[in-house]
Design a protein around this ligand. Sequence first.
Ligand SMILES: C[S@@+](CC[C@H](N)C(=O)[O-])C[C@H]1O[C@@H](n2cnc3c(N)ncnc32)[C@H](O)[C@@H]1O
Length: 212
Amino acid sequence: MYRETINNFTAYSFMDLSSLKPALFTNNTAFDWLYPERVQQLSRRHWTPISIARQAARFLADAPGKRVLDIGSGVGKFCLVGAHYCPEAVFYGVEQRPELYHYAQAAKLAVQKNNAHFIHANFTELSFDDFDSFYFYNAFFENLDDDDRIDHQIEYSVSLYTYYTRYLYKMLDSRPSGTRLVTFHSFEEEVPPSYQTVQISDDLMLKMWIKR
Ligand SMILES: C[S@@+](CC[C@H](N)C(=O)[O-])C[C@H]1O[C@@H](n2cnc3c(N)ncnc32)[C@H](O)[C@@H]1O
């Protein structure tokens, strides 16, 4: 493993992934080794497990060239797993925390997935017209949850939760009929009634939706 500093953030990448390669996209522990230890420790709680990311990506990338946006992409796990299993689609991740964005970029370099792209921004700065389908792993919940936060670098508040949730609701409601959405651990407050569930996991946490 080597360390490099990108814009003041230390990123870790593997020059030689050969020992991990067979398991990289099937085993969460192997995948998480792409990141520093602090990021690995956040994985179980904050990053999408590989099996979920694979199912969600296959649903969202239902035709070649589909542009899939992960709203709050963290260290890029959903996008990189999606890019691996759906090579004909393009995955975009938008992330507000610069440190996590840089780890996503470093992991992308390490696994060489050119159909994954990361954007450092608040999701409210993006035009949803640039994407066809959307993945949402309850990104705004951190505003309500005092325990188990990723860090203490940003402002949290109930009003931010409400603002982001309403904003996303409006954006999703304005998408064309046939738009696909996947939610994971969502309260569904951001999902307009124009979206219908077409698949639900047994534990009810993973839901796949299509806009009427
Ligand atoms: C639960 S994590 C999910 C990460 C990733 N989607 C995955 O599944 O592995 C949610 C992420 O959303 C980011 N986030 C929360 N609100 C955001 C916003 N308004 N704009 C961009 N990113 C945001 C957080 O910083 C965090 O990294």
